[in-house]
Ligand binder design. Structure first.
Ligand code: ADP
Ligand code: MG
Length: 450
């Protein structure tokens, strides 16, 4: 009975989420137990556990109810192998040296020649609305390299997971078909290789880059201004593309905004798929922190997680850094890694920051960004060129300051808070579907924290 019930839940989920989401989160799940009050579902790992708790719970509840099961609680337990379900609390704590945590857990050495670092996988990448498009595109490419999305161009600010994702593509392809020649390089390596081949009249440069099946070039912005190298890259690109080889590129900006990128290279980059990746929202930041803490077998309570997620909003690298610092510090001092320790550490960081963001600043800066006055954005005018910026301001008040909806409405001179709910939802959706809105919100966020 449990089995067929879960099969029908999965069936409904499968048609309502993307294929990538389904394969990542739902494939290895199973219904362990149903009683009148509770339903217990086994999930494969702690990342999945968090995703289910925060993201899929409502949906699952709804489908269960449709199938006649009305539990008061649904719990998700991690089941690592067939006989041993454990909850996240029961994971054994292994000792990690404090010193190890001070540095980000980067690998000691990279695997020989393909440039791939096994640390970066899809499984340990947390998906939220800020990065799910990028994630799905990368998974699609990993599944069928060289078919669609060629080139795949991923862009976004530092520390947001570009390297992680494009490396995950390479790792996944290598794991599935070891005979596929994958090469990951930074564009700087390409530049240096190229210059060396000219300077020392080295042979084999062209072959090295043209005899591969999947070329991953990270941080393409470094090639800006280097015309000869761009020209060489252009030929490499064409050779690979014509042979249906997959090309994946990352950069801090979209192709059209990279200064001094030659026009023909720019147009090549725009052939395939360009996707941006943004700073994750609060919930996703919490999920990332919890996953990272679990990966280093550290226990950290929810309020501390929320404190960190609330106070580090620049990028994920800094978020990871703050967590590592907290864990290392508390271990060295023999004190708990709790919210007061975190406050002591982060407080310093924050004080050195120029300012703390207020709702006024969000509203003013949003208005200015769209060439409106604060009075206009707070007015009741319904012109489209004012309405969308107003909705974006509401969205930012929610995503950056977690203001309540009535508070958001009040900040923008509204009495009715349902407008605020509607606006925030609208922008959340638009960010996924509308490239322009996504860009505007990303630019604004950058301005807010500049
Ligand atoms: P970028 O290349 O965009 O500058 P990275 O890929 O180096 O950023 O990411 C910075 C750090 O944050 C890495 O340690 C990476 O593993 C981690 N990270 C970024 N995004 C996520 C995510 N969604 N889930 C888990 N870890 C992430
Ligand atoms: Mg990077």
């Amino acid at each position: 009975m449990g089995h067929s019930l879960w099969q029908s839940v999965l069936g409904e989920i499968e048609v309502s989420v993307s294929h990538a989401t389904y394969m990542t989160w739902f494939k290895n799940t199973e219904l362990l137990e149903t009683t009148d009050e509770s339903v217990t579902i086994a999930v494969p790992n702690i990342f999945a556990q968090r995703q289910f708790e925060v993201k899929f719970n409502d949906q699952i509840k709804e489908i269960l109810e449709k199938n006649g099961v009305k539990p008061t609680t649904i719990s998700y337990v991690v089941k690592t192998n067939k006989n041993k379900p454990v909850t996240s609390r029961e994971t054994t704590r292994t000792e990690t040296k404090a010193a190890d945590r001070l540095v980000a857990p980067l690998p000691k050495k990279q695997t020989a020649t393909n440039g791939l670092n096994p640390r970066y996988t899809f499984a340990n990448f947390i998906v939220g609305s800020s990065n799910d498009l990028a994630y799905s595109a990368c998974q699609a490419v990993a599944k069928n390299p060289g078919t669609k999305y060629n080139p795949l161009f991923l862009y976004g600010g530092v520390g947001l997971g570009k390297t992680h994702l494009i490396q995950a593509v390479g790792n996944e392809i290598t794991a599935k078909s070891p005979e596929t020649a994958v090469l990951y390089i930074s564009s700087e390596t390409f530049v240096n290789d190229f210059l060396e081949s000219i300077r020392f009249k080295k042979k084999g440069f062209a072959d090295k880059y043209r005899n591969i099946d999947v070329l991953i070039v990270d941080d393409m912005q470094f090639i800006a201004g280097k015309e000869k190298t761009q020209e060489e890259f252009f030929h490499t690109f064409n050779a690979l593309h014509q042979a249906n080889k997959q090309i994946i590129i990352s950069s801090d900006k979209p192709p059209r905004n990279i200064p001094t990128l030659t026009e023909r290279l720019r147009s090549r980059f725009e052939w395939g798929m360009s996707i941006d990746i943004q700073m994750p929202d609060f919930e996703t930041r919490c999920a990332i922190l919890e996953a990272k803490a679990a990966a280093s077998s550290a226990e950290i309570d929810r309020s501390t997680v929320e404190y960190l997620a609330n106070n580090v909003k620049t990028n994920i690298r800094e978020l990871e850094g703050a967590l590592n610092q907290l864990l290392a510090y508390s271990e060295m001092r023999g004190i708990p890694a709790d919210i007061s320790t975190a406050e002591g550490l982060i407080g310093n960081v924050r004080r050195s920051r120029p300012q703390h963001l207020s709702s006024r600043q969000i509203i003013d800066k949003t208005a200015r960004h769209f060439q409106l006055t604060t009075a206009e954005i707070c007015s009741s005018k319904r012109d489209k060129h004012i309405v969308t910026p107003r909705q974006i301001a509401m969205y930012l008040l929610r995503s950056e300051l977690h203001l309540s909806f009535p508070k958001i409405a009040a900040e923008l001179g509204r009495k009715d808070h349902t407008t605020a709910i509607h606006s925030v939802e609208k922008i959340e959706k638009a960010i996924k579907l509308d490239f322009m809105i996504r860009e505007q919100v990303a630019e604004l966020r950058e301005k807010l924290y500049a």
